[in-house]
Design a protein around this ligand. Structure first.
Ligand code: GDP
Ligand code: GDP
Ligand code: MG
Length: 314
């Protein structure tokens, strides 16, 4: 493992501290001095997983898998038992997520690559855009941000400040402008300037859901006028601290918008990061990025092995 990989894992570990500590702590209490698995053990494990917001369905799969293994295998030590538990949890994640690039400097499938960011208010859309812009820019890609959240007061201004920090240009027409028109401008500008990535911020109000969905549909229609297969990616941002609520929210969105991937934010602020273990399975969508802090470099491309290592590794 190279220096930068190690650095990434230690940052990830730091970001996941709350989940990691409670998870590891509870599991090591459970396995302390044990080598066998009985009803009581399974019941307690189920409670730990549910408390970490792994979700009922995934928790039951984990319990089933462990029951199956325990019937066939014997464990000579607490460490062996622990190792088996970690392995089963890792398998949950490995099974349910598709492969995708793990580096910002990897070649993108289209140019410009248009990414639409959607999600309800406050989940971290704008912050995640800033982080994506920063990372893609740092990796040598030419980035343009489109300020298509024109509904909320100060949204454009907030995005402008982040764009500056990330060192990338922003296309905007101010508050109350037609978001689709902003996107048309941004995409045109990206084509003219030979940009690599266009990141589109959108409004997240849900009090008028049908209006919001119409707005997103119009944005997509207008982007296609300039680039027929845009947007190439629609990322739904979910707040990891809201646990199973995030799943319910996502189900509403996926009914109306063709989402291609998830960004799970605020994993630093919660002991319920177990949500990441179940969210792909429940939504049949890959987690592509995770947010582990409020700063511009607190976003990582989701890498299953690194995530499991950061969460469960000693
Ligand atoms: P939006 O309404 O979806 O655009 O959300 P914002 O990007 O404005 O973020 C809402 C709040 O969440 C802000 O206070 C952000 O600093 C905070 N936030 C976003 N991502 C993260 C994260 O990964 N960790 C933490 N701790 N806070 C975050
Ligand atoms: P409408 O407002 O419902 O008629 O939606 P449209 O699909 O016609 O476009 C929405 C917005 O995107 C418009 O207000 C324009 O600002 C912008 N737009 C769409 N197509 C074009 C185009 O071909 N050229 C330019 N300059 N702007 C466009
Ligand atoms: Mg915002």
């Amino acid at each position: 493992m190279g220096f930068f990989d190690k650095l990434k894992i230690s940052r990830l570990k730091e970001g996941l501290t709350k989940t990691r500590e409670s998870f590891q702590d509870n599991i090591s209490k459970l396995t302390k001095g044990r080598t066998d698995i009985d009803e009581e053990f399974l019941e307690e494990l189920e409670n730990i997983l549910i408390a970490a917001d792994v979700g009922v369905e995934t928790t039951l799969s984990i319990i089933d898998r462990i029951t199956e293994k325990a019937e066939k295998e014997t464990y000579r030590s607490e460490d062996e038992l622990n190792g088996m538990l970690m392995q089963v949890m890792a398998e949950m994640l490995l099974e349910t997520t598709e492969w995708h690039p793990v580096d910002f400097d990897a070649e993108l499938p289209a140019k410009p690559y248009v990414i639409l960011i959607v999600g309800v208010n406050g989940v971290g859309k704008t912050t995640s855009i800033a982080k994506l812009a920063y990372n893609y820019n740092k990796a040598g890609k030419k980035v343009i941000i489109a300020a298509a959240d024109t509904f909320r007061a100060a949204a454009v201004e907030q995005l402008g400040i982040w764009a500056q920090r990330a060192g990338v240009p922003m296309v905007s027409q101010g508050q109350d402008a037609d978001p689709a028109s902003v996107v048309f401008d941004a995409v045109s500008s990206a084509v003219a300037r030979d940009a690599d990535v266009v990141l589109v911020d959108t409004a997240g109000r849900l009090h008028n859901k049908s209006h919001l969905m119409q707005e997103l549909a119009k944005i997509m229609r207008v982007a296609k006028k300039k680039i027929p297969d845009a947007p190439h990616e629609v990322l739904l941002v979910l707040d990891g601290t809201t646990g199973q609520n995030a799943v319910a929210q996502a189900k509403e969105f996926t009914k109306c918008v063709h989402v291609t991937g998830l960004v799970v934010t605020k994993l630093d602020g919660t002991a319920k990061g177990g949500i990441v273990l179940s969210i792909s399975r429940e939504l049949e969508l890959p987690v592509k990025y995770i947010g582990v802090g409020e700063k511009i470099d607190d976003l990582q491309m989701f890498d299953r092995e690194k995530f499991i290592e950061a969460l469960l590794g000693k």
